[in-house]
Design a protein around this ligand. Structure first.
Ligand code: 6CS
Length: 313
């Protein structure tokens, strides 16, 4: 059969690299074919999530920032200052985490989705027109955030900014017309889509890490033979292994490429003391996550913390 796979990124971006490896493995080991649809071809990320849940797509790749509104537990990835920034620790976390590998698959099933993999794409870095060092500097600044995460909006509000949720497809235009003063994304994405050229400063706040997920639609997945389920599981494991390695490299080269291409671009790494001022403002965001995501969310958060602790040893 030919299976449809839509995603929130292009073929050479991390979600695309995962998808292309997945496709390669499926096609190498079976007679099935995968048709890949990069972002934009079937709509924005929110659209493809709905299309998958309606049974129109068999596989999707999604950014967590588009999922929290429909799967509240996914907003755990936006509890500020929860995720480490060290790539090695993140790698260990994603490979071994019980929250990721055992608890989230159960949650996804309740939403008609079979979770295949989750992986990091790099630290979220903020690009703005003006330099900022404190919440006071950020006051009232319109920062574009991904549209599907209530917690992300709350975080930027707590930082003092004026969060502006919008889909990826609208961001370039919004930056060009000064509808927003900045945005956040990993360096691989900032570089690939020239977001550095549309802003003046890039700031590492250490508050968050970009996470993506790949999944199948449940009715489709459950109707498959055991052999095909195994085929998908193996292809997804191979693709995950591949992307965990490549995404780390891309995150590092993203920064190098920005520096080379745009030497006058200002790159700021906030000090621990500067970060403390932001950290203090967002302590209640974690509580708000638990309020929104309920008992199940509380369980995920607790397990994530235990998994992170283990990964950071
Ligand atoms: O900012 C966004 O919306 C996009 N950023 C990345 C890194 N991937 C896809 C997502 O849509």
């Amino acid at each position: 059969a030919t299976w449809k796979y839509a995603m929130g990124e292009g073929e050479s971006d991390p979600q695309g690299i995962y998808a292309m490896k997945f496709k390669e493995e499926i096609e190498k080991n079976s007679d099935h074919k995968i048709q890949v649809y990069p972002v934009g071809t079937l709509g924005e990320e929110a659209d493809i999530l709905e299309q998958a849940q309606a049974g129109l797509l068999q596989f999707i790749g999604q950014s967590t920032g588009y999922m929290g509104a429909s799967i509240p537990e996914m907003d755990v990835f936006f509890v500020p200052y929860l995720m480490p920034t060290d790539p090695q620790q993140l790698d260990t976390f994603f490979r071994n985490s019980k929250a990721i590998n055992e608890m989230f698959p159960e949650i996804f099933r309740k939403h008609g989705l079979e979770l295949l993999a989750m992986f990091p794409e790099g630290e979220q870095v903020v690009t703005t027109m003006e330099e900022f060092r404190s919440p006071e500097d950020l006051r009232g600044k319109k920062i574009r955030v991904m549209p599907g995460s209530p917690l992300l909006i709350e975080t930027y509000r707590a930082f003092g900014a004026s969060p502006t949720p919008m889909s990826w497809g609208d961001l370039i235009g919004a930056l060009k017309t000064n509808m927003v003063d900045g945005q956040e994304n990993p360096t691989v994405w900032i570089e690939a889509y020239g977001l550095d050229e549309l802003t003046k400063v890039m700031t590492y706040m250490g508050h968050n890490h970009f996470t993506a997920a790949a999944m199948a639609e449940s009715n489709f997945f459950n109707s498959l033979s055991d052999a095909d389920k195994k085929l998908i599981k193996n292809a997804s494991d191979a693709a995950l292994k591949h992307i965990l390695k490549v995404a780390q490299e891309l995150d590092a080269t993203g920064l190098e490429k920005i520096k080379k291409k745009n030497p006058s671009y200002k790159i700021v790494r906030l000090s621990e003391k500067e970060r403390d001022a932001f950290r203090k403002r967002v302590v209640q965001v974690e509580k708000s996550f638990v309020e929104k995501a309920g008992k199940s969310g509380e369980g995920i958060l607790k397990q994530m913390k235990a998994d992170l602790k283990a990964a950071m040893q």
